[in-house]
Design a protein around this ligand. Sequence first.
Ligand code: SF4
Length: 422
Amino acid sequence: MPAESTVLRYMTRFRCIAERCEDTCCSGLKVPVSESHWHRMRAAVVGSPEESEHLRQCVTLNPGGASSEHAFVQMRPDGLCPFLDTERLCSLQRRHGDAVLPDICATFPRVVTRRGEQLEVSGTLACPEVARLCLLEEDAVEPVPLATPSPHVSRPETARHIPEDPEDADTFHAETVRTAMLRLLHRREYPLGSRLAMLGQLAYGLDGFSPQETGSPLSEVLQRFEAPDILDAIHRDFAELALPGGPCVGLFTSVLKARMAANRGERFTTWARGMLQSLQLEEGGDSALGAAWQTYAERWHHLETQHGERVHRYFHNYAVHQLWRSPFSDSPSLLAYVFRLAFRVALLRLTLAGHPRVEELCREPSPTHEAREQLDRAAVETFQLVAKHVEQAPDFLSLAEGLVGTGRGEETLGKVLVFATF
Ligand code: SF4
């Protein structure tokens, strides 16, 4: 475990850009209101019959729910919060300050995790400004000491606590394993696909450890993944894999269509439709999937040739960020955790290559400054919309869960490799 509380560097640069933001924090979110915040909100508006009535209409009580979900904000049919004013700013915060806001509104887009005595601060890419800062700068995902008091930890009591269960090897040795996984991810002399394959092999090698057995067996496995000949061999074997990508493209197409049908708002729908049109995936069918895979591979080759450093940075930062942000306890096993990472990376690579701006810049014969700016904009939009509307969606999570099965064994490792080949 790090000896001190940390924050990922990009969050030290974060400032909400408010009315200049291309999105609003709350669009598409489910906003629970705790019992104490419900009382605070009501007390704040008590002198204004108009505001009291608005509050009554826009917040639905949740009888029998936990006290943290005493009520929910009733979003408007367009997915926006009913408390946004005409400048798309939060009217509750403007009039009554941060203290009345529900936890999710007061803390978004910060993510605070407590491991033992230490706090780790990162952010969610569902905020476009966080996505920009996290993806585009080379040093963005380095952990740096967290200042105290920190403006990013306004409600420490809401920090997510990661338990260390001595009976469960995955959680008990989580910090040692995460450090080893981060070391592997930083081996940038290998392509990201190979590094994901290495993470998969490492997780597979650690499968089935019990805490009582650990100590030297754990260090032995971890040390094996420091050895250049082992890493070279994984990279070589992985580079030789050639898998038909059509079925995976089909899976992701269904996910995006289901999210569009769930009416996730205009920004998401425009982006998803543009992506499906650009890869000619609107109609589907096996031949369309095969053709889309081919187009994807050609565009990706173009991006790597002309903007390799840039696209590698987006995905490297994304993968490292995931390891800092999402605890292993989110998944049934370490291998399932790596699978989810590979699965998300694959979806993001497909959707970025399908972005209409990327289609356009792939027609440029040589890299230009304007093309790189277009690419950055397409990447921020893609990663942000996927984070906000797809990655946490129940249908996406259950698809990932169904694919991963028990989350253990060779079959799951094989699936990690399939998605890592994207
Ligand atoms: S999404 Fe991010 S930048 Fe946009 S208004 Fe919310 S916190 Fe600010």
